[in-house]
Design a protein around this ligand. Sequence first.
Ligand SMILES: [Cu+2]
Length: 113
Amino acid sequence: MKKTIKICLIAIVTFVAFTLNVSAQQEKTEKVTFKVSAQCGMCKDRIESTLKAIKGVTKAVVNLDNKSVAITYYASKVTPLALKQSIARVGHDADDIKADPKAYNALPACCKK
Ligand SMILES: [Cu+2]
């Protein structure tokens, strides 16, 4: 009898754990990559920290070799367009969104194209 109760308890715990796990995974992250006008390490830091400060962004990595940025984000919190606009706002081109001229002019010389 005790053994049956034990088995029942294990079954319930397993079921609850499984259900919690499923609901926790419901919101998946999306990945997007686009071109950015990044010249040096300062550009990389600027773009990455700008993106990481946005709610919903979990990862942002600038690749200076092919001038691109890879972003992991929650689609329910932020859109790729908003991400590009944030990059443009700090002075860098992001795909088809051109850098804000004022922000671009304020960049250090090494960061200009
Ligand atoms: Cu730079």
